[in-house]
Design a protein around this ligand. Structure first.
Ligand SMILES: Nc1ncnc2c1ncn2[C@@H]1O[C@H](COP(=O)(O)OP(=O)(O)OP(=O)(O)O)[C@@H](O)[C@H]1O
Ligand SMILES: [Mg+2]
Length: 316
């Protein structure tokens, strides 16, 4: 059952298009990956679902949650959902935690606001949630301030904050980046547990290795557009878009003698190329790609695998 459906979501700053009419959905009990290089619009997409858009951004499209369009909801109704029904583990753990409040106060506040709990009950629930993300001595640590935790622990505190209200949807923005392997594995384990409990998880990452580890389905983004989507198995065994193929070729793998990075850097949103936005880096580019924007074509299984590339059209 679809719990979230994003339709033609576009995010722009004046005349710059950061997210260009993307469509995706999430169902209960699945982990869906949103993958792409830095600057492709992953975090802005996450913010728009939470309703915390940066100043100066313009949004259009629909974000349907439980049959209602979040983008049309008033601020109060939106606030009741944020952190409660839909929560975000933000990309930057330090700036997301308030340095002047203890970790216990920050977690408890969510429960006091959304679940009407009194401080005492909220604190004991906070201890339980910290224990569930493997923070040792949680009973004492709730009295510590964010700077007293290591980077990996702060990341887990943020995960605890994302989980404490038991949301239907958890959006995790690069939750394992910059963490050592042991902690990464623990975090992936926590996400797997949540899937078991029927939560819907959107996992934002630039790391395809993490995707292959736990995602059920994947959306690949390039410069604000979704360029390919399929099940994880299909993306890894039968990638279609040259960008996805490039990402996979640049993934370290024991069977490869050398890595082949994608040539060049993604252009900025100030200078999105005409036609297919990937054409300037594409090893398979031909004339049509330079002038005409490809659609997301179904390449297999009636829309279960989509690719925004003319080549698939020609071959099929
Ligand atoms: N407040 C803002 N004002 C203007 N442009 C912005 C703003 N926030 C983001 N952008 C631009 O929108 C694009 C998408 O940004 P976003 O943060 O969503 O990327 P991302 O995919 O999360 O990247 P990363 O992997 O580095 O976190 C980028 O080109 C960025 O420069
Ligand atoms: Mg980001």
């Amino acid at each position: 059952m679809k719990i979230l459906e994003v339709r033609d979501l576009a995010i722009s700053f004046e005349d710059k298009i950061a997210v260009d009419k993307i469509n995706f959905n999430l169902s209960a009990g699945e982990i869906v990956g949103l993958v792409g290089e830095s600057g492709c619009g992953k975090s802005l997409t996450a913010f728009s679902i939470l309703g915390i858009n940066p100043p100066g951004s313009n949004l259009s499209g629909e974000i349907i949650y439980n049959g209602e369009d979040l983008l049309k909801m008033d601020r109060d109704s939106r606030r009741k959902i944020r952190g409660n029904k839909i929560s975000l583990i933000p990309q930057d753990p330090m700036s997301a935690l308030n340095p002047v409040f203890t970790v216990g106060e920050q977690i408890s506040e969510i429960l006091e606001v959304h679940k009407d709990m009194k401080r005492k009950e909220a604190l004991s629930t906070s201890i339980k949630v910290l224990e569930s993300v493997n923070i040792p001595n949680a009973e004492e640590r709730i009295n510590d301030y964010p700077h007293q935790f290591s980077g990996g622990m702060r990341q887990r505190v943020l995960i605890a904050m994302g989980l404490v209200a038991e949301p239907d949807i958890l959006i995790a923005d690069e939750p394992t980046t910059a963490l050592d392997v042991t902690i990464q594995l623990q975090i992936l384990e926590i996400l797997r547990d949540l899937r078991e409990k029927g939560k819907a998880i959107l996992l934002i990452t630039h790391d395809l290795a993490v995707v292959s580890e736990i995602c059920d389905r994947v959306y690949v983004m390039y410069l604000g557009r979704i360029v390919e989507s399929a099940s994880t198995k299909e993306i890894f065994s039968n990638p279609k878009h040259p960008y996805t193929i490039g990402l996979l070729n640049s993934l370290p793998d024991e069977s490869k003698s050398s890595l082949i990075p994608i040539s060049g850097q993604p252009p900025s949103i100030n200078s999105i190329p005409n036609g297919c936005s990937f054409h300037i880096r594409c090893p398979k580019v031909f004339d049509r790609c330079k002038t005409e924007k490809p659609e997301l074509y179904s390449v297999k299984d009636n829309g279960q695998h989509l690719s925004r590339c003319f080549l698939e059209q020609i071959e099929n």
